[in-house]
Design a protein around this ligand. Structure first.
Ligand code: PLP
Length: 420
């Protein structure tokens, strides 16, 4: 037991790097070959590692923009702001099934390149900072939070090519990848990640242009606080030397030894295939049936479930409220506020997923077909019967609010709902 109570190496518990590399190889079957332990850095989860990657690989005097695919996982915004990028976060729309509007991205890159920037980073200088990227792009490529979409592989390839052209660090939170299923098959393998494509395409740089930000939060439990980054060996070695790990060792050393046991004993793989996926699949099916029976007849639409018909995964689905509300300027956040106040029902709403500080992101969200008229529903937390009850309450809330709007009432008046 003594070693687990000592400081761990900055790059993480070596046996876990090994067992994780073997597991990831089996899950992704990367075309470029097995994942080596030298490509792994153990972290304290996707949130902590996002902050550490920013500290190690970005500089607010030199890194021009932080692009975030919108609607975005909203709690990533304060992490980027904390690391010095307030006012530099910029939304890139999903553009339907593509999951990222590459033309829009290119336009924004062109604008940013036309501005005057120092030739070298001014703050992060010297040997600890081996590579500072000009741009960062943040996304959740598979079973996205919140939009539930999965980026097609050919778009992933185009994105990696753009990233190489403009020195962009692509960070994908690949935290839901292991929770996929289909109608006729329990577990489905996730698509190749951006990091796999960056490794396979000829011409990769030594630090690379894509990282996979992984986490055990959704498959063991968020309290475990263990995750990993997979990237090039040069990238993860530098990440393991971020200031706080140089001083304190890997940030999740104790817990990561437990996760290593779970992987080596096959207990975690069993938990995923025999408990998590069957249960989530059941709850998903309850949710979808209830939506079909109660919400679709009212004018709701399901925006996305899985990458292909009959497939789904992750925690979420994203639904669009009836067009009637958009026609009367009633946002999903108003409906969510009323649901919370009058029906004890808490739902995440489109405005939460606007990129902080980017007026364009808000404007796009608020167009009649924008994501401010959407709600994110999760099947991960509630039991099947509670899901039925919740959708029933949402249907009641929607019908009642619609009647009030029809009677000319300003339903948004006095409705307050917080974003965090
Ligand atoms: C896309 C995404 N990234 C990161 C996280 C947080 O991950 P962690 O608990 O590993 O910090 C979540 C949790 O909801 C998430 O949905």
């Amino acid at each position: 037991m003594a070693p687990i109570l000592l400081y761990g190496p900055g790059k993480g518990h070596p046996p876990l790097c090994e067992s994780l590399a073997e597991w990831l190889t089996g899950v992704y079957k990367p075309s470029a070959g097995a994942v080596e332990a030298s490509r792994i850095c153990i972290t304290n989860g996707a949130s902590g590692s996002l902050a550490n990657m920013m500290l190690e690989f970005s500089d607010p005097t030199y890194t021009r923009r932080i692009f975030m695919v919108e609607p975005t996982y909203f709690l990533a915004c304060p992490i980027f702001e904390d690391t010095g990028f307030q006012g530099k976060l910029q939304g890139i729309p999903e553009n339907g099934a593509d999951c990222i509007d590459i033309d829009f991205l290119r336009e924004q890159l062109k604008k940013a390149e036309a501005e005057t920037w120092p030739e070298k980073p001014l703050q992060k200088t010297g040997s600890p900072y081996q590579h500072i990227y000009r741009y960062v792009l943040y996304c959740t490529t598979t079973y996205s939070n919140p939009s539930a979409k999965t980026m097609p592989v050919h778009i992933r390839e185009s994105l990696v090519k753009v990233a190489r052209e403009f020195d962009i660090l692509l960070i994908s939170d690949d935290v839901y990848d292991f929770l996929g299923w289909s109608n006729d098959c329990l577990a489905v393998d996730p698509p190749l990640r951006l990091v796999d494509i960056d490794r396979a395409l000829p011409g990769a740089t030594s630090f690379g242009n894509a990282v996979s930000n992984g986490s055990f939060a959704k498959i063991v439990g968020p309290g475990i606080r263990v995750g990993w980054v997979e990237a090039t060996p040069a990238f993860v070695s530098s990440l393991g030397l971020v200031g706080s790990s140089s001083s304190g060792g890997a940030p999740s050393h104790f817990a990561s030894t437990l996760v290593d046991r779970m992987l080596r004993s096959n207990d975690l793989q069993q938990l995923i295939s025999a408990v998590l996926i069957p249960e989530y699949r059941k709850r998903f099916s309850t949710l979808m049936t209830t939506i079909e029976q109660q919400l679709l007849p009212m004018g709701y639409a399901v925006e996305a479930t899985g990458p292909r018909p009959g497939t789904a995964g992750g925690y979420f689905t994203y639904i669009r409220i009836p067009a009637f509300f958009a026609e009367h300027g009633v946002f999903a956040k108003t409906l969510a506020g009323i649901a919370l106040r009058d029906y004890s029902l808490r739902i995440a709403f489109g405005h939460m997923f606007v990129v902080t500080g980017d007026d364009g992101s808000r404007e796009r969200a608020e167009t009649p077909d924008g994501f401010a008229y959407c709600l994110r529903l999760s099947w991960a937390w509630l039991e099947a019967e509670q899901i039925e009850e919740a959708i029933g309450r949402l249907a009641e809330c929607t019908a009642h609010t619609r009647r009030r709007v029809e009677q000319g009432e300003d339903v948004a008046k006095g409705v307050e709902i917080g974003i965090r």
